[in-house]
Design a protein around this ligand. Structure first.
Ligand SMILES: Cc1ncc(COP(=O)(O)O)c(C=O)c1O
Length: 444
């Protein structure tokens, strides 16, 4: 079968039929999936084979941060493929060498040693192993409103309902409550939340706890930006009890929040940092776990307890280097901050205008709109873990109008590529404004 970018051999309908017949779509009952056929993409847009254009307001899966079809990343992948597509992980290659050194430059504090993986789940999986090996303890704390991945250990860390079908999971994982309790109950202060965390640490036995995993800004569970003092308080508690603080930056890292890493907003240095997605902007799969010097030192004389055939894959390392260079060349992290300020105003405008908007939150180009039936009771427009006719209709409207974004439970997300212009951002918000006229009708 031969295809070119502009004349695909299969129609959109044929692509959908074959993918549905022979492949599995994740997290879904297969009879219910209704995928968009995608043929090509450029900048903040992608197209179906028939030429319908979508504005990508979710950077696919909050990962194509650099934007679609960046020629600098494409060229780096092409050149690396032609030179050395693969070398096994016991070899040392130039892209691996350069990427380790570059990440050491970018990461907070003294995090300057990296283990490369295929994605975010495996980064977290290896972070669990590292924390257990370093501390000699076995328990791991994580939060309920979280997603850490779908491999066995990362799935157990995950707090949201995606964990339920995989239970029982890995022994030793304990979940703690977040500062946020949903649209109806709202937020705890940092002090309240930290007191609850310390109580759990004491009840579990601090000497048994290896690590606390947390998303620096929680992604699919609601763009939850920690209240002032929370991150610093977590750092202090981890120090007090000898627990490793593990920042999961798989979604929030690489400029999404207007900083290289979201944790930088609070001036905190975690012990381990997990990354993927924006590391290569998903052009090639790659994840990494970064560790502070003292932790890397633990493995100088003891074997590192992990390995992967595709660890430090040259193609992926080359893609990461080119992606990072593109962020720097175009100041995309700065653009995320500048466009983030515009997006915050646009989100505020929606909240002021539309009664169905119960809350908006954003940091950089990481945004969410939570919808309610009633602004007094703040009853969500769909229940926790579920959906409703109104939310389904909202998703349908976005699709008809050529706006692609994640619609989940009672919320939808605004996470465009970091190269977005103000005009493109406003184009997306104009569609959202029209869509919310529909959800407003559900408000009592
Ligand atoms: C915060 C966070 N951690 C981990 C993961 C898992 O990463 P992957 O799907 O690359 O394994 C994700 C994926 O969405 C994520 O958002």
């Amino acid at each position: 079968m031969t295809t070119t970018a502009h004349t695909p051999a299969l129609t959109g309908e044929e692509i959908v039929a074959l993918t549905r017949k022979h492949t599995i779509f994740e997290w879904s009952a297969q009879a219910k999936v209704d995928p968009i056929p995608v043929a090509r993409a450029k900048g903040v847009y992608f197209w179906t084979p028939e030429g319908k254009r979508y504005l990508d307001f979710n950077s696919q899966l909050m990962c194509v941060n650099v934007g679609h079809g960046d020629p600098r990343v494409v060229k780096a992948i092409q050149e690396q493929a032609a030179t050395l597509a693969y070398a096994n992980p016991f070899m040392a290659t130039e892209p691996r060498a350069r990427l380790g050194a570059k990440l050491a430059e970018l990461c907070p504090g003294d995090i300057d040693v990296f283990f490369f993986t295929n994605g975010g789940s495996e980064a977290n999986e290896n972070a669990i192993k590292i924390a257990r090996a370093y501390t000699g303890r076995h328990k791991v704390l994580a939060r309920y409103r979280s997603y850490h991945g779908a491999t066995a250990g990362a799935m157990t860390l995950t707090g949201d309902p995606r964990r339920w079908p995989s239970e029982p999971g890995m022994p030793g994982v304990v979940h703690v409550l977040d500062p946020y309790h949903g649209i109806e109950r709202g937020w705890d202060t940092a002090e309240q939340s930290l007191a609850m965390l310390e109580e759990v640490i004491q009840l579990e036995g601090p000497q048994t706890i290896a690590a606390f995993f947390l998303e620096s800004v929680t992604g699919t569970n609601g763009i939850l930006i920690p209240p002032p003092g929370y991150m610093q308080g977590v750092r202090a508690l981890c120090d007090k009890y000898g627990i490793l603080m593990v920042a999961d930056e798989v979604m929030a890292g690489f400029g999404r929040t207007g900083e290289w890493f979201a944790i930088n907003h609070w001036g905190v240095v975690p012990d381990l940092i997990c990354m993927a997605k924006g590391l290569t902007s998903a052009y090639v799969p790659l994840g990494a776990v970064g560790m502070r010097r003292k932790i890397a030192g633990h493995f100088q004389e003891r074997p590192f307890p992990g390995g992967l055939t595709y660890n430090s894959h040259p193609l992926a390392c080359a893609a990461a280097l080119a992606t990072i260079a593109a962020y720097e060349e175009d100041d995309m992290i700065g653009n995320a901050k500048r466009m983030g300020a515009v997006m915050k105003d646009l989100l505020g405008g929606l909240e002021a205008k539309h009664p169905s908007v119960g809350a908006v939150r954003s940091i950089g180009l990481f945004g969410i709109v939570e919808l309610v039936r009633d602004r007094g009771t703040r009853q969500p427009l769909a229940p926790f873990g579920g959906t409703s006719d109104e939310m389904v209709a909202l998703g349908r409207f976005f699709r008809q109008e050529g706006l692609y974004t994640l619609v989940r439970w009672n919320a939808f997300y605004t996470n465009p590529p970091l190269c977005i212009t103000e005009a493109e951002l406003r184009e997306g918000f104009a569609v959202i404004d029209r869509a919310l006229a529909q959800t407003d009708r559900a408000v009592s």
